[in-house]
Design a binder for this molecule. Structure first.
Ligand SMILES: [Zn+2]
Length: 125
């Protein structure tokens, strides 16, 4: 059984989909759709680039839900926060980044509590 990866953004569950392209004529590594609660990540990215892209879209989601539109539209700020969070999460032995493609041998849901920075893991298979 394959589960669709999701992330929790301020209490709203977003589906994460790996897609061969975001837009046909313009390179985009990722995109968030607030109405559909969906994040698309380009499936040709390296694992690390994919993680940063997911965090980038999550930062967009947080800022949108907080109605911080000026910050939401500031790509330098959003990317800086995504890279900073990625470095923190990768550098902490307790932290983990939500898995995009859970391996069959350890299917579990990983969540990062954005308020505390703590992670929880829930066995789903
Ligand atoms: Zn962006």
């Amino acid at each position: 059984m394959t589960t669709t990866p999701t992330v929790n953004i301020l209490g709203l569950r977003y589906t994460v989909r790996h897609v061969p392209y975001i837009e046909r004529d313009v390179f985009r590594a990722g995109q968030i759709d607030h109405e559909k609660q969906e994040i698309k990540v380009l499936d040709s990215l390296t694992a690390e680039h994919s993680e940063v892209t997911l965090l980038h879209e999550v930062v967009h989601g947080i800022l949108a839900h907080l109605k911080c539109w000026e910050e939401h539209n500031d790509e330098k700020l959003v990317q800086g926060l995504a890279i900073g969070l990625h470095q923190y999460l990768k550098g902490s032995s307790e932290a983990c980044i939500p898995t995009l493609t859970p391996k069959k041998e350890h299917l579990h849901e990983q969540k990062t509590n954005l308020k505390t920075g703590r992670n929880s893991s829930k066995q789903v298979a």
